[in-house]
Design a protein around this ligand. Sequence first.
Ligand code: SAH
Length: 392
Amino acid sequence: MPSLILKPGREKSVLRRHPWIFSGAVQRVDGEIVSGGTVDVLSSKGDFLARASYSPQSQIRARVWTFDDEPVDKDFFRRQIKSAIHARDTWHLTPDTSALRLIYAESDGIPGLIVDRYADVLVLQSLTAGSEYWKETIADILLEETGLQTIYERSDVDVRELEGLSPQVGFLRGTISNSRITISEYGLKFIVDVEHGHKTGFYLDQRVNRRRVGRLARDRDVLNCFCYTGGFTVHALAGGAKSVASADSSADALALGRENVSLNGLPESEWIEADVFQLLRKFRDQNRSFDMIVLDPPKFASTVAQVEKAARGYKDINLLAFKLLRPNGILVTFSCSGGVDAYLFQKIVAGAALDAGADAQIIERLSQSPDHPVALNFPEGTYLKGLVCLKR
Ligand code: SAH
């Protein structure tokens, strides 16, 4: 087995069971090794620390498969996959919810691998050289363990470039004639387009928060900003909202949103193709107001360097939202930027309320749904945070 030897004193993070080994911590690599292949990670004194996948081109030079001296083979991946699926069976899968994340990469002990289930179709995203190396083996195990026949690959994310991997999309196993799949989420139906949709097709991380919004929306005039295919819209309408206006810059997403509303037999609602930053200003100038506003923008900061710019973006939309809210109005505001932590996000929202002249309180804190767990040894798995604020 080839080995990766760490510099003296650089074994601390591996000993704390953090799965990433940065290039700066590596003294040298001994033996023949291929991209994504398995290496033993050794301390400078030669002690075994972990077994990992090797990413020759990435700053994250290796990602740990196991901290034990055990083989990394098909049986190993079967155990990891079974345990991730079992956790969902035990805790999250309900008869009225047919879409969920089965495998969430590092948090489920399989760095670089994301697998989402949409009814009878699995969508796989491989992000690293290591997950790529084992992809075919993993695909076989996924079918064996779920009893399903179809896996669609959506490895078309930018981070693959950092690993020297090109984008890959298409059927990995089986095939279906239509890339639009109907799923249910707490009994509500959604069409998910696994081929053309964002990410793997749907924002599963917001599932529990969509239900929460549905329960808070009764008799309210709701504005759903960055609505994508209408997830919060459908839940709000089903929860008895008086009206819902939904805005997004993507015409395709809005078209699917309309379909999702009618699929559930819910009343027609307003769909607005617009840049939310401009739309909120227009509504302010028109004196339009709402009883509830949802802000679920895309990631503004992927890296720490982008945090300041991201903070300005969050402040801007939250300030405008506070202005558009009526007294006793509810703001449900999210950030999915990993670089902006919950404390900073709260400070930004507080600054926005202050500048808007709004007196508001946090009545609930929200997070990513439980099928996106955070391993305690991998805090980087935390990214989605939300605040439910009541304007007084
Ligand atoms: N709330 C959605 C997910 C939102 S994802 C759900 O529950 O499914 C973020 C959305 O913001 C995407 O649909 C994207 O098209 C949209 N978007 C990105 N920038 C935008 C902008 N400046 N104005 C409006 N929409 C934007």
